[in-house]
Design a protein around this ligand. Structure first.
Ligand code: AMP
Length: 113
């Protein structure tokens, strides 16, 4: 798989493409995956345009940590008792959308990402 040419998630954050939002604050947007691999499949996305998790630094490590806080909140809000968190990192790591995102999949997930 190769990176998509367009940062679709930046367009979603800008409101140019619709999404099914489950959580939003100033820094993070979470919405349902358009091709769910589980009953609940949510993408947790920083609004800042970071391409891969390789861009984590001392300066932005709190933002990356907040993705996990939001995952916990989303799981509670959707009543998901057990789940998998996954992040594909880079083209060779199976990442397709060139914008950092954490996948939250409920435990009935059908496939590994
Ligand atoms: P990854 O392979 O980790 O880059 O995952 C990208 C995910 O984004 C896939 O699970 C896609 O189904 C999902 N996706 C792509 N376009 C959209 C969209 N417009 N709205 C919601 N999810 C999307």
């Amino acid at each position: 798989m190769t990176f998509l040419d367009t940062d679709i998630f930046a367009k979603i954050i800008a409101g140019e493409i619709p999404c099914d939002t489950v959580f939003e604050n100033e820094r993070i947007l979470a919405f349902h995956d358009i091709q769910p691999k589980a009953k609940h499949h949510v993408l947790i996305v920083p609004k800042e345009n970071l391409i891969t998790a390789q861009e984590v630094t001392e300066e932005n490590k709190e933002l990356f940590g907040e993705l996990f806080l939001v995952a916990k909140q989303v799981a509670e809000n959707l009543n998901i008792s057990g789940y998998k968190l996954a992040m594909n990192v880079g083209e060779d790591g199976g990442q397709i959308v060139p914008h950092v995102h954490l996948h939250l999949l409920s435990a009935d997930y059908k496939s590994i990402l």
